[in-house]
Design a protein around this ligand. Structure first.
Ligand code: ADP
Ligand code: ADP
Ligand code: MG
Length: 505
């Protein structure tokens, strides 16, 4: 196979992941092209790249999802390859084909693998010959409600109605009993249609208090597929991850080997090359079941990088160049422990609702064992058009305890004012006995968290604003209730309506 040296890459994304990819490119002496929407004109990812091209108006559908303009931008700038990051077009097989047809390299798996794994149903069928444990359920789309009810009764309630095209925790509905089936199914279908343009749903047994454990995969175009151990991502809200760690507190060497082997087999089922993640759900007896495969770099990939010492973006690029993996399974070792928390512009004290506004103070933690992957800086507005994750905070320690203690220290050092974030919630997690002991599940928020448990911290700036307002009010003799700073704890700043309506992708 010929090796094509990549010298210029266009990154078809925004925010932290674009900066992350640019950094690896710089280390490999590869030139970079950023794209941006009109809302991101001044964003750090635009300045960090060697060149940048505006691809359209703020809504993603008019910019970051405009495959045609992105391919044109690559051609105009002479980029040979496109890296899609995660989200947006990263799992779009049609886009992958168009990139190839335009004579460009897509730093991703083959369009066929993206297609099969992009559909949870097609994925289940594809791996059916490989002896992979699956969640009990039906492996075809639900069309006839009466028929589906029969099947659900056989599986046994509670069940989960799931969008085949789903992602990011969307298009999923728990059904506790038969009477609710029809209504919940309709909701899942309409959510799936609006989020993914595909209303196909299927049924899975709803596992009571599961853990989410996934395996990182790397495969080259020469048929070598390796796994880079597990990540546990059980701390979630709305079926989406907020805290991830590697390795998992409950996986022993035997289980790791078994899960690794299953994951490699899933990848073999679609002749996989590139980086990918095979997700499993694990029940209380530590039986694991295949959930889905994500055919892209994952949000939480840094924790795998920390414990293995492997730069996953560089590996993706080398694989796309046609090179063979330069290491074997037995060369890989787990070193220490890493934890990542996602910093979402959300208010954990108010149902984790998006909390968007201007970031008036932004100071990141520093020093030993701390990594911040962000795309943000002081004075910026969090745009309403995109996913509300503004940064990822990663800590690394000799063992789990050190990584957790370091995370608490780093969260204390992280100063963000003007918006609410998930950081106070993540600190609560780091201090909680259930998390510290390793005895937790995806039900953590439901079982252990109440907004009133959060330690409320106000920044100096907010305190100063509050003091000024109070003294002015006292001077005016006005004792009406007031709003402190740019935002309030309970979201009563008139933003809640459009917050709910904002588009996610
Ligand atoms: P992970 O990388 O661990 O899978 P998430 O499930 O939170 O993390 O999704 C990662 C990102 O990709 C988020 O920005 C999410 O909004 C987006 N995303 C996930 N699945 C899809 C999908 N099927 N279509 C579009 N965007 C998606
Ligand atoms: P997505 O494509 O949205 O990431 P997944 O199938 O990966 O969808 O599931 C996301 C999360 O939803 C899992 O991490 C888990 O918390 C929950 N989940 C999914 N399937 C089940 C199930 N059968 N039983 C219980 N929880 C589930
Ligand atoms: Mg998933």
């Amino acid at each position: 196979m010929n090796i094509t040296k990549i010298t210029k890459v266009l990154i078809a994304n925004r925010g932290e992941i674009t900066l992350r990819i640019i950094r690896s490119c710089k280390e490999m002496d590869i030139k970079t092209v950023a794209i941006f929407s009109e809302a991101d004109r001044l964003a750090p990812h635009v300045r960090a790249a060697d060149e940048a091209i505006c691809v359209g108006a703020p809504p993603s559908s008019e910019s970051y999802l405009r495959g045609d303009r992105i391919i044109e931008a690559a051609k105009t700038t002479g980029a040979q390859a496109i890296h899609p990051g995660y989200g947006f077009l990263s799992e779009n097989a049609d886009f992958a084909r168009k990139v190839k047809a335009a004579g460009l390299i897509f730093i991703a798996p083959s369009p066929e693998a993206i297609e099969v794994m992009g559909s949870k149903l097609a994925a289940k069928n594809a791996v059916s010959e490989y002896d992979i444990p699956m969640v009990p359920g039906i492996n075809h789309a639900v069309e006839d409600i009466a028929e589906a009810k029969k099947e659900a009764a056989q599986i046994g309630y509670p069940i989960l109605v799931k969008a085949s095209a789903g992602g990011g925790g969307k298009g999923m509905r728990v059904v506790e009993k038969e009477e609710e089936f029809e209504e919940q199914m309709k909701r899942a279908v309409s959510e799936a249609v609006s989020a993914f343009g595909d209303g196909a749903v299927f049924i899975e047994k709803y596992i009571g208090s599961p853990r989410h454990i996934e395996i990182q995969i790397l495969g080259d175009m020469h048929g070598n597929i390796l796994h880079l151990f597990e990540r546990e991502c059980s701390i979630q809200r709305r079926h989406q991850k907020v805290v991830e760690e590697a390795p998992s507190a409950v996986v022993d060497e035997k289980m790791r080997q078994a899960m690794g082997k299953a994951a490699v087999n899933v990848a073999k089922a679609c002749n996989y090359y590139g980086a990918g993640t095979v997700e499993f759900i694990v029940d209380e007896n530590l039986n694991f079941y295949f959930l889905e495969m994500n055919t892209r770099l994952q949000v939480e990939h840094p924790i795998t990088e920390q414990i293995t010492g492997i730069d996953l973006v560089k590996e993706q690029i080398k694989i796309a160049e046609g090179r063979e993996l330069s290491f074997k399974q037995e060369d890989l070792k787990i070193n220490g422990h890493a934890i990542e928390v996602r910093v979402y512009a959300e208010d954990p004290a108010n149902g984790f609702l998006p909390n968007i506004g201007k970031v008036v103070e932004y100071n990141t933690p520093k020093s030993i064992g701390v990594r911040v992957d962000d795309g943000f800086e002081q004075g910026m507005e969090v745009p309403i058009f995109y996913d509300s994750m503004i940064a990822k905070l990663i800590t690394f320690g000799a063992n789990r305890e050190e990584a957790m203690d370091r995370m608490i220290r780093a969260i204390d050092e992280y100063k963000i004012a003007g918006i609410q974030t998930t950081l106070p919630f993540c600190k609560f997690v780091m201090k909680h006995d259930a998390f510290r002991s390793g005895n937790f599940s995806t039900k953590f928020v439901e079982n252990h968290f109440k907004p009133e448990y959060l330690e409320v911290e106000t920044s100096k700036e907010e305190e100063e604003i509050a003091v000024t307002i109070v003294s002015q009010l006292l001077e005016n003799g006005n004792k009406k209730s007031m709003v402190v700073g740019g935002d309030t704890k309970n979201g009563s700043n008139g933003m809640s309506d459009w917050r709910k309506k904002r588009s996610v992708f």
